[in-house]
Design a protein around this ligand. Structure first.
Ligand code: HEC
Length: 148
């Protein structure tokens, strides 16, 4: 009897929110991070993320090289990338070349920890694309050099 009560309580907690950790986002519905990247980003940033897409030469500014940790910071700046892609952290930069994807990347919102320990409701496509950029980083980025 007591056991049954406990389960009922648990059920309520679980139903509160969908919590994501790490690469779980890629297993959820909709296009993958890779598909989103190839459709929306590769034309400028290149399939490899090095900033060498077919449109790159015609732009006023070179697309960022997304594979290099030194350029985009360390630890991997998931929040910065999500904000940049969405557009909310560059509303005051009218001369930017890169489009804002806030509206394109709306969709199912999940609770996501961007690394600060706080669960923030975040659109799933935005998480997927940021996690995909992270994989470009791991493959193409500078080798990890341990401190002496
Ligand atoms: C029309 C070309 C274009 C497209 C499409 C594009 N970008 Fe960019 N991106 C740029 C350029 C150019 C910059 C350099 C800063 C600027 O001018 O906005 C940039 C900068 C960035 C930065 C900032 C890096 C830093 O140093 O802060 C990130 C992250 C980024 N892009 C990711 C993406 C992702 C992910 C997508 C796809 C959802 C995407 N971009 C689509 C052209 C593009």
């Amino acid at each position: 009897m007591a056991q049954k009560m406990a389960w009922t309580g648990l059920g309520g907690t679980v139903a509160l929110g969908l919590v994501l950790a790490g690469c779980a986002a890629q297993q959820m519905g909709g296009p993958s991070g890779k598909q989103l990247y190839l459709q929306n980003c590769a034309s400028c940033h290149g399939e490899s993320g090095r900033g060498d897409g077919p449109l790159a030469d015609g732009l006023d500014r070179r697309p960022a090289d997304l594979t290099r940790k030194p350029d985009i910071g360390e630890p991997f700046p998931t929040a910065h990338i999500m904000g940049y892609v969405h557009g909310y952290n560059r509303r005051d930069a009218p001369d930017e070349v890169m489009p804002q994807f806030g509206e394109d990347f709306e969709g199912q919102t999940v609770l996501y920890d961007i690394g600060d320990g706080i669960l923030t409701p975040t659109p799933l496509p935005l998480i997927k694309v940021a996690e995909y950029v992270r994989t470009l980083q791991d493959e193409g980025g500078a080798e990890e050099t341990p401190e002496p």
